[in-house]
Design a protein around this ligand. Sequence first.
Ligand SMILES: Cc1cc2nc3c(=O)[nH]c(=O)nc-3n(C[C@H](O)[C@H](O)[C@H](O)COP(=O)(O)O)c2cc1C
Length: 180
Amino acid sequence: MAKIGLFFGGNTGKTRKVAKAIKKRFDDETMADAVNVSKVGADDFAQYQFLLLGTSTQGEGLLPGLSADCETESWEELLPKLEGVDFTGKTVALFGLGDQVGYPDNFLDAMGIIYQFVVERGAKVVGSWSTDGYEFDSSEAVVDGKFVGLALDLDNQSNLTDERVEAWLKQIAPEFGLSV
Ligand SMILES: Cc1cc2nc3c(=O)[nH]c(=O)nc-3n(C[C@H](O)[C@H](O)[C@H](O)COP(=O)(O)O)c2cc1C
């Protein structure tokens, strides 16, 4: 079994694209293939000590899922199924996609929702990210002045995505035992 589980949820495929690009950089022993959270349950999460979790924000500050008019179930429907999972001893890194121009009051909120969820259940979250270089008014994903994970905006700053992903992977590499 791969050491790191990689799970994502979104609506129009951008989060999937980033997740797949991340996986491409690592072999199958190191990282599992990127899996859409619409297809998983608690057992899939429980088996990994290391988790990379990606989400876009939908609605206005919502997790992707049916309430936000997404095509399929997603994080909204998965989180209740994970209520009983003990994240103690698990290391989690989060990446979020949002649109700081279109949704400046809810930029990347879904990443913050998932952060709260796993922290409340004992996870160690690594990979916080500076807010420098982004313009927005409010975000649930900012804690103590930093994003709780990698902040991506493919709608307005797609040219920065590759370098941001690269720098972030380098940052979390020691915690995840990655060679990058
Ligand atoms: C209907 C709709 C609502 C959105 N709401 C938010 C939001 O509240 N906050 C945010 O940061 N981005 C928001 N976005 C932007 C998406 O998160 C962004 O386009 C993202 O890259 C989509 O990724 P996906 O294709 O994986 O869903 C919204 C986009 C749409 C279409």
